[in-house]
Design a protein around this ligand. Sequence first.
Ligand SMILES: C[S@@+](CC[C@H](N)C(=O)[O-])C[C@H]1O[C@@H](n2cnc3c(N)ncnc32)[C@H](O)[C@@H]1O
Length: 204
Amino acid sequence: MNETTKDRDWPGYYRKTGDRPPRPTLVFALDRFDAEDPNALPSQAVDLGCGGGRDAIEMLRRGWRVFAVDAEAAALDALRAREDLPDDAELDGLVARFEDAAWPSCDLVNSSFALPLCPPDGFARTWDHIRASLRLGGRFAGHLFGEHDSWAGRDGMTFHTRRQAEELLDGLEVEYFDEEEDYSTTVRGEAKHWHVFHIVARKV
Ligand SMILES: C[S@@+](CC[C@H](N)C(=O)[O-])C[C@H]1O[C@@H](n2cnc3c(N)ncnc32)[C@H](O)[C@@H]1O
């Protein structure tokens, strides 16, 4: 089944992944902010395609305000229902596709394993929106899928060559860029060749 279709079992995905540790790209970015100013006031983050909240919960735990966006209401429901949600969490949620969503200007846009699910005709404006919404010194942390990925060519998804991925980062200070090509199984147990760009970049 094409995992981009509406009948994809997202609630099952959230149950299986929500408690997993935050993505290394997010931890890298948060650690950079901490190193710059350990006493900084709470900063604003946007989590695009938050899923079950494995990244959002880490940002909230570290005192960030989080604006979480997901096309699936079940994702926001799962995030809000988490037992580890801090009592003082400053969390706003929006059920929307990120191609169409409005979100606040921010210090961090995090999008883990979600932007490739943006259709090609909406990707450029979504990426422009991400860059424009970042304040100076703000960071993007997240992932793009490469052209060798098993899912390349699926309807409704966007894939990039390495050169295209690098071009998207023109004018940003690239702090972390790792190209992964690996065989493993998906959360649903499907064998897959992953071609993933792991990215952290800073607006300067
Ligand atoms: C593979 S999951 C990743 C979830 C989480 N970021 C993580 O790292 O575990 C992708 C998430 O993006 C959401 N998503 C996919 N396409 C989207 C779109 N165009 N706009 C908003 N959310 C989208 C899905 O509903 C899903 O929750």
